[in-house]
Ligand binder design. Sequence first.
Ligand code: SF4
Length: 357
Amino acid sequence: MISLRQALLTWYRQSGRTLPWRQTRDPYAIWVSEIMLQQTQVKTVLPYYERWLTLFSTVQALAIAEQQQVLKAWEGLGYYARARNLHRAAQAVVLKHNGVFPSDFATVMQLPGIGRTTAGGILSAAFNQPIAILDGNVKRVLARLLALPVPPKRAITQLWHCSEALIDPTFPRDFNQAIMDLGATVCTPQQPLCANCPWKEHCRAYNQGIQAELPMSETRVPIPHKVIGVAVIWNDQGQILIDRRRQEGLLGGLWEFPGGKVEPGETIEACIQREIREELGIEIAVGDRLIVVDHAYSHFRVTLNVHHCRHVSGKPQAIECDEVRWVALAELDQYPFPKANLQIIEALRKGSAKDEG
Ligand code: SF4
C-alpha cells in the first residue's frame, strides 16, 4: 500500500497536470470545478470555469443571481441540472451556513447536486481531508489495478473500499488529484500507456496482459432515437415564438423552439401542427424546412426537423411549458438555450444575413 502511494505521489509531482482549480484553496471555486467536471472533459470546462468565476466570483454572488443568468452562463455545457443544483446549493450555503462552505462531509453531502465523489473531491482539495473519490477515471484505474472480473458498476462497494484503503493519509489532496490524472493521461480508456505508469509493477491487469480488455463493459442496450418536429413560428411583426421548459426534467428552465415527437405514420409537417396546437393552443401554417439537427444525449439521440412556420390564429398559452414569449431574432442570445437549439439560431442568423445581403 505504502509503495503504491509513494510511487503515485512521486509520479504526480513530476507529471501531474497544472489546472486552475488546483491553484486555489477556495472551496467555492473548487466546488464549481468539481460540478463542471462531473460529466465534462477538462478542456471543455476550462473557459466555462474562468468565465463563471468572473460572473459569480463568490458563493454570495451566485446565490443572488437570477436562474436565467446562471443557465446562460452554463449554456452549452450540458446536464443543466448541475447548474440549477449549484445555484440552489449556493443559496443554501448562504442561508444555512452564513456563506461559509461547510467542511464536514455529512453536511456537504446534504447540499443539492453533491454526491460522495464530489464531496470527497472538494474536501480533499480544499481542506486536505482524507476522503476517497470514485469518479470514472478512478473506477477504470482501480478496475485494472485489481483486474476486476466484473463491470465496475457491479463492484461499486469493493471499488470504494479500495479507493479508501489507498488514499494517502498525509497527502490526500495530492493523492486524489494524482489518481485522477493517472486515469486521464496514462491509464486511458483505450491503449493505456502502461510503460509510463508508476503502478505497473503492482497492476494485476498489466501483469496478466489484459489491461486493454478492462474494465469489463456492460452489454449495451441500443440507445433510442427520437425524431422531433420543431417549429420556428413567425408572427406579423417578424418575431419568433419561444417557450421555457418546465423546471423538472431534462433541460429544465432552458428556452427552446416548440415542437414534439413525431408519431408513427405522421409527417413532420403534421406533427409540428399537432404539437403546437396541443402545447401552445394556436394554429400555424408549416412552411419550408430550415435545418435538420442531430444531437446525442446520454440515454438517447434526437433528430430535430426544424421548419419555418407562420402564426395563423390564437394567443399562445403555456400549456406544456412554464412560459412563452415572442422575441426578435436579435434578442435570442439573451436567453439560455440547449446546445441543439443553438444550431437552429445559427441557421436563422445565416438566413437573415442572406436575406439582407
Ligand atoms: S499499469 Fe497500465 S493498466 Fe495498470 S494502472 Fe498502470 S496504466 Fe493502468
